[in-house]
Design a protein around this ligand. Structure first.
Ligand code: GDP
Length: 203
């Protein structure tokens, strides 16, 4: 088990990339509403109330930026982590859904210092057509990204092998390319935290 922390401090929220503070290195998390993004960010930071876990998906419609205030001697202090608004929640009003595309696309294409985008896919049900659309868009625009499959604990251990294969095929990747996690059961959280640290390392 890795003991290196990733202590985060909330900095600000924005609707446009130019409103965000400059960063030496940044990673972003994106995914369908309810995929488990807030739970995962809280688990990575080991801070319970950092990102809001909610049963009202789609409520958080802003770009939220956090700064690493303790990287456990990794030298990554000052790097940033961005929580992008979740996509694909039907109850979000049309005008907000319409704004989502330009806001997220602008961020993903223009953000200086963005090193890696972690795309969260629900391990028990994904990838959904919207997830595939997002992955295709990232590939087409050459935005570096890594797929993280969430809620691994919801897949029965007897079904995991098949599920992993299906999910990887749905994302057109190899099984080994996908990071499987469970925030609820703390599975592979250390591994993902190390990966985040490796992308925040500058120079
Ligand atoms: P977000 O909308 O993507 O930020 O998702 P949340 O983190 O708010 O989680 C959505 C729902 O999934 C909540 O009810 C969480 O308790 C649940 N959830 C999140 N992560 C896990 C997990 O690892 N395992 C299980 N079983 N449920 C999870």
């Amino acid at each position: 088990m890795s003991g290196r922390p990733l202590k985060l401090k909330f900095v600000s929220s924005a609707t446009r990339t130019h409103q965000l503070p400059e960063t030496p290195a940044e990673v972003a998390f994106v995914g369908r509403s309810n995929v488990g993004k807030s739970s995962l960010i809280n688990a990575l930071a080991n801070q319970k109330q950092l990102a809001r876990v909610s049963n009202t998906p789609g409520r958080t419609q802003l770009i939220n930026i956090f700064e690493v205030v303790d990287g456990g001697g990794s030298g990554n202090t000052g790097g940033t982590l961005v929580d992008l608004p979740g996509y694909g929640y039907a109850k979000v009003p049309g005008h907000i859904r319409k704004d989502w595309g330009p806001m997220i696309e602008g961020y993903l294409l223009d953000r200086e210092g963005l090193e890696m985008v972690f795309v969260l896919v629900d391990g028990a049900i994904g990838p959904t057509p919207l997830d595939v659309q997002m992955l295709d868009w990232l590939a087409d625009n050459e935005v570096p990204h890594t797929i993280v499959a969430t809620k691994m604990d919801k897949v029965k251990s007897s079904k995991r092998r098949t599920r992993k294969k299906e999910l990887a095929e749905g994302c057109r990747l190899e099984v080994g390319d996908i990071v499987w996690v469970s925030s609820a059961k703390a599975v592979n959280i250390d591994q993902l935290r190390d990966l985040v640290h490796s992308h925040l390392a500058v120079g």
